[in-house]
Design a protein. Structure first.
Length: 111
């Protein structure tokens, strides 16, 4: 898998999570949803220039199929924005994503 595939995977998942956060905000108003959506948009914008972070992600980005470890952790990382992990930009998002990829509990919760 190439760097551009990794970038596109992050962008695609974050872009899918933004409207999900908006729909949750309508049902259960919580300012963190708006903040999360804004942060996810920032991550999308910054992901296009992923450089040093790519080298840190490369060992984990081997498969982005629906049930892959990468996809499960990426989904969790995007959903956690604004709620867990203190994610504010692409660098902190990558750190959070790597923590999830290293944590077996991430995959136990998805099973």
């Amino acid at each position: 898998m190439e760097k551009s595939d990794c970038i596109n995977s992050i962008i695609r998942k974050a872009n899918r999570t933004i409207p999900w956060r908006a729909s949750i905000e309508k049902k259960w108003p919580d300012a963190r949803n708006f903040t999360a959506a804004c942060t996810l948009q920032k991550i999308v914008d910054e992901a296009r220039d992923l450089s040093a972070d790519w080298q840190r992600l490369r060992p984990y980005f081997v498969d982005d199929s629906f049930e892959s470890a990468w996809n499960i952790a990426l989904t969790a990382a995007c959903r956690n924005v604004g709620y867990k992990g203190h994610v504010t930009d692409i660098e902190s998002f990558v750190r959070h994503l790597i923590r999830l990829l290293r944590d077996p509990q991430t995959f136990a919760m998805a099973a």
